[in-house]
Every structure is written in C-alpha cells, then in structure tokens.
Ligand binder design. Structure first.
Ligand code: CO
Length: 303
C-alpha cells in the first residue's frame, strides 16, 4: 500500500468514524429527550366546567416539552370512581406510573397542581414514595415539584397575575375576596398568611379566607366591615373552580359566601375562574416541574 493510499484509507476511516459518532450522539440526545415524562397530579374535580383549568395547564406543559409524555393522576378516589361511572377514566398514581414506564420514560417529573404544600400535597408525596419503594430501579429518577406557592417570588407572580386578570371586572372601589382551600391540620396555614401579606401589599383591598382552614368566613366578614367595604368580587384561590367555588363560594344556597355577604348588605359579584387558566400559573408549574431536585428514588445525603 502506498503512502497516498494509506492516507486515503485513514481519511475514509475517520469519516466513517465521525458519521457513526454523530449518529450515536443524535440518537443519545433524542433518547434523553424521550425518556423524560411528566405526571400532573391533582386532587381532581368532577365538575366538567372546571376542567378547563387543568386542560390549560396540560396544554402549557405539552407546548414546553413537545416530545415528553404527559400523564394525569387524581389523588381523590371518590372523584375517580365518580368519573369512571360517567365513562371518564383518570388513573391513580400506580397506574399512571405504569403507563409512563410503558412509554419508555426513565425520568418522571411529578408536578402536583396543589396551590400550597398542605395536607393533600403531603399525602401525594407519601403515596409516591411508597410506590417508588415498591418498584426499586423502575425509573432512574422520580422528581416531585413544589406546589404553586412556595416562595415569596411565587406569591408575587401569582398575586400580580390574579390582580391583573380581574382588574376590569372589579372596577372602582371593589374589594377582591379570595377563597383558599385551607386544611384542618394547618400545614400550609403560615404559607397562606404569607401569600395574604403579598397580596395586600400590592393591593390593600384584597381579602383572603379559607373554606376549610384556620382563617374562615367570620374573620373575613369582620375585616370587610371594619374596612367599610361595600362591593366585593369573589374568586377562588384554587387551581380549578370546582365544587368549593361553585357551591361554598358562589352558590345560591343560603350558606355560600356570596349569599351570606349579600344578606349582610354587600354588593356581590363572582368570578368563577380557576388559577390554572392564568398563563403565569401554568408557567410557574412548568418551572417547578423542571427545577425540582427532590428525587424520591434517592436516599438523603449523609450529613
Ligand atoms: Co375540600
């Protein structure tokens, strides 16, 4: 073999090697993209009109991660059973994870659609952890994202978005009353108070209370009276405007917040929009999902 021939051979080999290397890289890259999947986890709702909020969040996730599978789970068995009877199947956690596995997902990013890390968030985390322990090695990682409102920055983003979205509907001298969910064990009680402070710093005519938590309707009423408010716009501080929003907040029954405030002489308007309909909220969920470092398959670092 001449020197010239040897040189050509080496060049050809090098070219083949480069092509193989590049295709390998392309393949590896698409595998990385394909093996990540999202699991949107909510308490759930059986109110068909409320689903638009969940759909808006899902659409935003699909838009941001075009190739990644996006699955759903509702943690409420009662709601899932009710929907099953109506012909709509929403999987539980175990089934949803199996489904993602079948789609070739190696890294799961669970994004809870809870507003704050209260009782339901904690239960979801525990259920996921048990599921992960049952199937060691099934996924490379199972990350859990933080809820919507965790930091002061989160609260500022959400507060600004909420205020902007109902500015027109409120008009002049109209207070905004937000109904949070709240919970008996009060794990998110202080978060609620912090969020309340962020809202009122931006707009002193915002009032917040919960349907099932520590700060209830009586406190809200006393505050509205003390501030001599005459007009209120009611709105849920929940990801969907489901049963609580449609019944406990804006319902026509005597015991809804709307009816009780009307009976007290307030001029009442209701805005039945779940937080999930705000693009800023969907964006925040996406950020929390992608930034999570809480991998439930890893033991905590030794310290
Ligand atoms: Co409830």
């Amino acid at each position: 073999m001449t020197v010239w021939n040897k040189g050509r051979l080496w060049a050809a080999l090098l070219a083949v090697f480069c092509v193989v290397l590049m295709s390998g890289e392309v393949q590896a890259r698409s595998q990385v993209a394909a093996k990540e999947g999202f699991l949107l986890a909510a308490f759930g709702t059986s109110v068909p009109e409320a689903k638009s909020s969940f759909q808006a969040v899902e659409k935003a996730f699909r838009g941001s991660f075009a190739k990644a599978p996006v699955a759903w789970t509702y943690t409420s068995q009662i709601i899932r059973k009710k929907l099953d009877k109506q012909g709509e199947h929403i999987p539980g956690i175990a089934e949803a994870l199996r489904h993602l596995k079948k789609q070739g997902v190696r890294v799961v990013r669970v994004q809870p659609l809870h507003v704050m890390a209260g009782e339901e968030y904690t239960e979801l985390e525990r259920a996921l952890l048990l599921e992960v322990k049952k199937h060691p090695g099934r996924f490379d990682a199972v990350y859990i994202g933080r809820p919507l409102l965790e930091s002061r920055e989160d609260a500022e983003i959400v507060a600004k978005a909420v205020l902007a979205s109902c500015k027109e509907k409120r008009g002049e001298a109209c207070a905004l009353v937000l109904m949070g969910h709240g919970q008996e064990h009060g794990r998110a009680g202080l978060t609620f108070e912090g969020v309340r402070q962020v809202f009122t710093a931006l707009d002193p005519l915002v009032f917040m209370a919960t349907v099932e938590g520590q700060r209830g309707f009586e406190e809200l009423l006393a505050e509205l009276k003390a501030r001599q408010v005459k007009k209120v716009l009611l709105r849920p501080l929940m990801v969907v405007a489901g049963d609580h929003a449609r019944n406990d907040l804006g319902g026509s029954e005597d015991d809804s917040w709307a009816s009780r405030l009307k009976a007290e002489g307030f001029e009442v308007d209701v805005n039945l929009e779940g937080l999930g309909l705000l693009p800023e909220v969907a964006k925040l969920y996406i950020e929390h999902a992608s930034q999570s470092r809480d991998d439930l398959t890893r033991e905590p670092k030794k310290k």
